[in-house]
Design a protein around this ligand. Structure first.
Ligand SMILES: [Zn+2]
Ligand SMILES: [Zn+2]
Length: 394
């Protein structure tokens, strides 16, 4: 049997049998967003949607994560499919009938969609006619704390990757044509690191700057100088970003403050460059600050590593998407996104691929108006199911 026949009708089957349930689960989760590791109610919704299926369920993984294991018809390897479950501290402005009922919390990164698609894939694969085609085991991994917190890292520490042969995850992707799946071999998301810098000066009267070391002016110079790290020190064909997103100083218009605080993020794809960044940031900022009779203190946090797809797994994903949706809907990504993703922690342990699923020209991820056409959900569930079927087809 060739692969074209193998996936024929799968998307239609998932849509007809589970489409409505996938959408209603997504709406339930959307209504009640939870942050970080605190995804207890979301996990309960997932558990009740998986109730009665022939799955071995492990709860309390990385606090409120779930690993559901399906034994297939053969003794082959284990493939894991992972969805993230957490929301963001954003106040929703979509006006949807099932909008967040909690002020200041919203599923603005589509993780409600990811979770419900994975439940849909689990339900599909639990059907006898698909289950018996799995020569091996499927682990459905529901992960908390993707948006900061590194739930993926905690899951790996708790052994979720142990004994797993490969792993896949989807992310709904604005800007990619609706219904297209896209991925690439190698880096697909950047390492996302963070820093805080305290600028130390000497405070005083706003009218007597000569008696002070003005932390505001030093901070301004430091922010400008730091832009030269990427512009002048990084190989121009190597992707890197340095963004200062926070600057804080002062209490009144006529007081020169003693200190200022900067907060920023650094995105890189190359591992050596990633390691070099803190030292260069500190040296340059310190040089500028000392030249102005101040100093700096840098607190640098290495956070999510590069999300690096295995070449074989990326190829498998593109082939599966091509066979399932049609060749023109499986797209090879040209450049990595400089966004970060804690699926990276799984991909440091296992071969696998992170795949973007297009939701078209909608408000961006992490915006208060992010919304997507739910027609994508059964399609994504079918893709996840097909990734498992193909990985365990041997
Ligand atoms: Zn996000
Ligand atoms: Zn996300």
């Amino acid at each position: 049997m060739d692969t074209v026949q193998r996936f024929e009708g799968l998307e239609e089957e998932v849509r007809e049998s589970f489409g409505e349930d996938i959408v209603s689960l997504r709406r339930e989760i959307h209504r009640e967003p939870e942050l970080g590791f605190d995804t207890k109610k979301t996990a309960e919704k997932v558990l009740s949607a998986l109730d009665g299926l022939p799955l071995e369920i492990q709860t309390g993984v990385a606090e409120n994560g779930i690993v559901a294991t399906l034994k297939g018809g053969g003794d082959g390897p284990t493939v894991a499919l992972r969805a993230d479950m957490d929301a963001l501290p954003i106040h929703e402005e979509t006006g949807l009938s099932f909008a967040s009922e909690t002020d200041g919390k919203m599923h603005a990164c589509g993780h409600d969609g990811h979770t419900s698609m994975l439940v849909g894939a689990a339900r599909a694969l639990c059907q006898d006619h698909l289950r018996e085609r799995l020569n091996g085991t499927v682990k459905f991994v529901f992960q908390p704390a993707e948006e900061g917190g590194g739930g993926g890292r905690v899951m790996v520490e708790e052994g979720v990757a142990d004994g797993v042969g490969s792993i896949f995850a989807l992310h709904l992707w604005p800007g990619l044509e609706f219904g297209k799946a896209a991925t690439k071999a190698g880096p697909i998301m950047a390492a996302a690191d963070a820093f805080e810098m305290e600028i130390k000066g000497k405070g005083g009267h706003g009218a007597m700057p000569h008696m002070t070391a003005d932390a505001v002016v030093i901070a301004a110079q430091v922010v400008t100088a730091l832009q030269t790290v990427v512009a002048r020190e990084v190989n121009p064909v190597e992707p890197a970003v340095l963004t200062i997103g926070e600057i804080e100083a002062g209490t009144a218009f006529n007081i020169i403050p003693e200190t200022a605080r900067l907060g920023g993020t650094v995105r890189t794809v190359d591992a050596d460059l990633r390691k070099r960044m803190p030292e260069r940031i500190e040296e340059l900022a310190r040089g500028v600050a000392r030249g102005m009779r101040g100093d700096v203190e840098l607190n640098y946090r290495f956070s999510y590593p590069v999300t690096r797809n295995d070449a074989g797994a990326a190829k498998l994903a593109l082939n599966v998407a091509g066979e399932l949706f049609g060749e023109d809907r499986a797209v090879e990504v040209e450049y990595p996104s400089m966004g970060g993703e804690d699926f990276a922690f799984f991909l440091e342990e296992l071969p696998g691929a992170y795949v973007w699923l297009g939701v078209g020209d909608v408000s961006g991820l992490h915006t208060p108006r992010f919304a997507f056409d739910e027609e994508i959900l059964p399609q994504g569930a079918a893709l996840l199911a097909a990734l498992a079927l193909e990985s365990l087809s041997g």
